[in-house]
Write a protein of this length. Sequence first.
Length: 433
Amino acid sequence: MTEKFDCIIIGAGPSGVATAYNLVNAGLNVVIFERGETPGSKNMFGGILYSTILNRLIPEFWKEAPVERHITRKRYSLLSKDSEIAFDLNFNAFNKPPYNNSFTVLRAKFDKWFAKKAEDAGALIITEAVVDDFITDDGKIQGVKVRMEEGAVYGDVVVCAEGANSLLAEKAGMKKKPDPGIMIMGVKEIISLPEEIINDRFCLEDGQGCAFEFFGEALGGVTGSGFIYTNKDTLSVGIGCPIAVLRNNRLKPNELIEGFKRHPSVHNLLRGGKIEEFSAHMIPEGGYNVMPELTKDGLILVGDCAGLLNPSLYKEGTNMAMASGVFAAETIIEAREKGDFSKAALNSYVKRLKESFVFKDLKRYKDVPEILHSLPGLFKEYPEGIIELLQGYFTISEKSKDENRKEIMRTFKDKVSLWKFLIDMYKTRRFFR
Ligand SMILES: Cc1cc2nc3c(=O)[nH]c(=O)nc-3n(C[C@H](O)[C@H](O)[C@H](O)COP(=O)(O)OP(=O)(O)OC[C@H]3O[C@@H](n4cnc5c(N)ncnc54)[C@H](O)[C@@H]3O)c2cc1C
């Protein structure tokens, strides 16, 4: 390829496409290289697209985008081995546009649609094209080496949107090999069920969706969580577990998801469903504490590759990915006007991130992964203790209620040190603020 581009983008996920969409709309000549057969074909995520940024780029996008359902109901469950307590939230206000900017989507359909929007606006998207390395001159990135004939491609600036498995960012010396303690292995199945059964089983009207998150003993007592999100006529069912936990306990992710699906509370929701797909992907949960260098001469990192994922209850990766794409594009447009693509010039990207919700949220929740790892009781001892306590409280017997309460408190204190429990609960306050 002999043509020189204003910008080369590696990866057609939400961050890469958002960058391209903004650049082509400003008249720049942009190419995206995507290793998948089509954008999205290699991609998976839990399933909730957070869309404040997308709604700014393509107002009322939900009228044409392949969204499955908008989320009106959220449920957070604590599981013990065979029981559950849950906090269920249902907001009618989320039934109205912009639907709380939360939609379930399937990446194979959504990424393809979003990439087509960028293509229609003028971006060149080349699929089945793996970028193997950067072309560098005197430390400055000049282009990329693509695994194809005449694969040296040049550009003023390269945006690396390759996702969590950031081999190229490592090659460029921007990131170290990921620490298995902060990389989560996400495993997900798509399970089909008729739309009416999903509506009835999850108490939803047509178009409404829900997100169920499961904590405690969702993974048989090890650190991690499970989820079920409703699509139109399928469910996204999955688990996330730190790679270090899998390795140290010699656990296989497929065994963990099977165990999760066997839990009585989960099994009842999936009954009669047929597995259509199985996929696995890494989630970078290190966040703010392990942020890589985000720019160098001629190069910007965006999205998961830059570690931009909120690891708290929100798990907001897609919105941050798109926001970083928008900020990268604004920075490139400014740099082009000055004719300066040096690290110093591109650093206004970092400034934009810092002034936005992206860095503010990453900073606020920066200790969440570490707190979770330091509190193994959250995944076995406490859920068991709390659920037993509540079960005892609601058990009908011929003991007086006072006698019953004293007995269940005694049993709880035998199992769980009250002081340790209170201190640990205090440490988790950051998850909810
Ligand atoms: C299990 C799981 C559950 C999640 N749940 C949610 C959720 O519910 N909500 C949410 O908002 N976020 C969620 N996330 C996070 C979210 O998926 C990411 O934050 C988001 O996809 C990041 O977008 P991205 O464009 O940076 O990277 P990606 O979406 O990973 O896209 C990277 C693209 O680059 C391509 N690529 C990679 N290397 C090369 C190469 N060398 N050459 C060419 N192309 C390349 C890939 O094929 C891919 O298309 C989840 C993630 C996982 C793994």
